[in-house]
Design a protein around this ligand. Structure first.
Ligand code: ADP
Ligand code: MG
Length: 233
């Protein structure tokens, strides 16, 4: 009895020790999120040990001994965080709207990588088109789930063509007249003869957290999240 209790105590101390030394990880993607995220992390006092833009490493140490960065594809960030493979993540609202898991806390808007989700179509079609009259639309997009939801909420049926990028090409080659895509300056749309016909959502990058981590590593995560909140301003 006595020794069993002592053993249990040892096991628990060992587990605490493991937790204490386990680094907190922040998952984020190369490209826009990293470009705008690095200055934000720097303002929060977090700098990677080597330049993530040139390094081929996927796990990067930082100046904080218990914080590391995990570099993954943008659309994978919610998955890593939901399954606890990363404690925190930085993901665009577009990616979060598209993701259908539910194991995440959306902690705060980081106000970086701002753009908007739009329905776009060729300018010559838009001239005689009225979105209020749509009953069924064919749409090319990488955002299959959010596109279906957006149109279903308005009673519009969709034939969705799943793409992995360059949605602007679809109308030019007759794949679909309409696309759902991100727009920031609008230059890419314009260069391809497309115009925005419907606004779906404003997009920016959010800080997300694994639910279990927020309980199990609460103090350390809260300190990190507070630093980021200050950096956002
Ligand atoms: P990928 O092409 O692999 O999706 P990006 O770096 O282009 O990677 O996009 C990652 C995230 O950055 C998107 O999910 C979105 O939230 C944001 N983003 C993408 N394009 C823009 C843009 N033009 N302006 C601002 N933010 C953007
Ligand atoms: Mg892109």
């Amino acid at each position: 009895m006595h020794s069993a209790r002592a053993g249990h105590g040892r096991a628990r101390r060992a587990a605490d020790g493991l937790n204490m030394t386990q680094a907190l990880s922040i998952a984020l993607s190369k490209g826009r999120i990293l470009e705008e995220g690095l200055p934000l992390l720097a303002r929060a006092g977090i700098t990677p040990a080597e330049d993530p833009l040139s390094s081929r490493k996927l796990v990067l140490a930082t100046n904080l001994p218990d914080v590391r960065l995990v570099i993954i594809r943008a659309a994978d960030v919610p998955t890593y965080v939901q399954f606890g493979a990363a404690d925190l993540g930085i993901a665009g609202k577009d990616v979060l709207m598209e993701y259908e898991g539910d194991g995440l806390y959306e902690l705060m808007d980081l106000k970086i990588a701002r753009c908007r989700l739009m329905v776009a179509e060729p300018a010559n079609l838009a001239a005689r088109d009225d979105p209020k009259l749509w009953t069924r639309v064919r749409v090319a997009t990488k955002y299959v789930n959010l596109t279906r939801r957006h149109f279903a909420a308005k009673g519009i049926q969709t034939d969705i063509i799943k793409l992995y990028g360059s949605m602007e090409l679809a109308p030019l080659v007759g794949l679909s007249d309409r696309i759902v895509d991100l727009v920031s300056s609008g230059n890419t749309l314009k260069a391809n003869g497309l115009v925005e016909v419907e606004h779906i959502a404003d997009v920016s990058a959010w800080l997300v957290a694994n639910k279990a981590s927020m309980k199990m590593k609460h103090a350390r995560l809260k300190a990190l999240v507070d630093r980021l909140a200050q950096a956002v301003g």
